[in-house]
Design a binder for this molecule. Structure first.
Ligand code: T3D
Length: 260
């Protein structure tokens, strides 16, 4: 498939997916959803780590509002777009059996912020900002934002971010625990690349199981989580990667993982 709204590059088991509508701050159009679906299928079969970033000065400005011009009498069903496009995208990223890094190069607004928060690790350029733009349109946080915000920054900050829709600078996002780290603008892609190459060389089988454990923990009791850890550890223990990790430790040599 030829891509028009994204760029997908895969090298050395690392996929770099760039949202590519820079003059619209990479706002999401229907075609982008289709291309993302196709790209993630390639990523799943060819890569062991994924970086998502944006072309130009923005990361992603959320839904392209030029696709949302309505006549006075229209009664748009925004739930349908979420059901068929955004929700499957977020679910897919959370379930992708490899680490997903968001390299937030500039403004991440609306569903663009939700997309960043769906990554496993969020790195942001110091000049980047995060905006819960939904309230300005009379909408509610979607694509996972209302799930992540209270969990990551607590209910007080989550509510004010959602209602005030003020830009949250990357440094504050780091201090508040919304993201992993904020780095100098010109260091962002180097840092993201280094991190992705490192992760891709690790036990990606084990990292995928870590994702499953962490994803489930918010909704589980301690008892259920202990049961889940037992089950996932059983699966981890059957992997080639585990054997290799133990052998490498005992032989005092670097491990050579294959993600199996
Ligand atoms: O509809 C559904 O399916 C429900 C799902 C909704 C999910 C959502 O994401 S709702 C939220 C949608 N996003 C927004 O409301 C954000 C709108 N954008 C902005 O508020 C601002 O652009 C930013 C704060 C993000 C950045 O401001 P600034 O001053 O740095 O840039 P700008 O000049 O506003 O934008 C640059 C260009 O990008 C400009 O185009 P132009 O005039 O040069 O041709 C602007 O119109 C365009 N752009 C930015 N965001 C969007 C957009 N075009 C369409 N849709 C956008 N979301």
């Amino acid at each position: 498939m030829a891509y028009h709204t994204i760029i997908l590059e895969i090298a050395d088991s690392v996929a770099l997916l760039t949202l590519n509508r820079p003059d619209k701050l990479n706002a999401v159009v229907g075609a982008m959803h289709e291309e993302l679906r196709e790209a993630l299928t390639s990523v799943e079969s060819e890569a062991r780590a994924l970086i998502i970033t944006g072309a130009g000065r923005g990361f992603c400005a959320g839904q392209d509002l030029s696709e949302r011009r309505f006549a006075e009498t229209d009664r748009p069903n925004l739930g349908r777009g979420l059901e068929s496009n955004y929700n499957p995208l977020i679910r897919r990223l959370r379930a992708l059996p490899m680490p997903v890094i968001a390299a937030v190069n500039g403004v991440a607004a609306g569903a663009g912020m939700s997309l960043a928060l769906a990554a496993d690790i969020v790195l942001a350029a110091r000049s980047a900002t995060f905006i819960q733009a939904f309230a300005k349109l009379g909408l509610v946080p979607d694509a996972g934002s209302s799930y992540w915000l209270p969990r990551l920054v607590g209910p007080a900050r989550a509510m004010a971010l959602a209602m005030l829709a003020e830009p949250l600078p990357a440094e504050k996002a780091e201090t508040w625990g919304l993201i992993w780290k904020c780095v100098d603008d010109d260091a962002l892609m180097d840092e993201a690349g280094k991190m992705a190459r490192h992760l891709a060389s690790q036990s990606t089988h084990g990292l995928a199981l870590i994702k499953r454990a962490m994803n489930a923990s918010f909704d589980n009791s301690l008892d259920s989580q202990l049961d889940l850890e037992r089950d996932l550890q059983r699966v981890a223990g059957w992997s080639e990667d585990y054997r290799e990790g133990v052998a490498a430790f005992l032989e005092k040599r670097p491990a050579n993982f294959h993600g199996r």
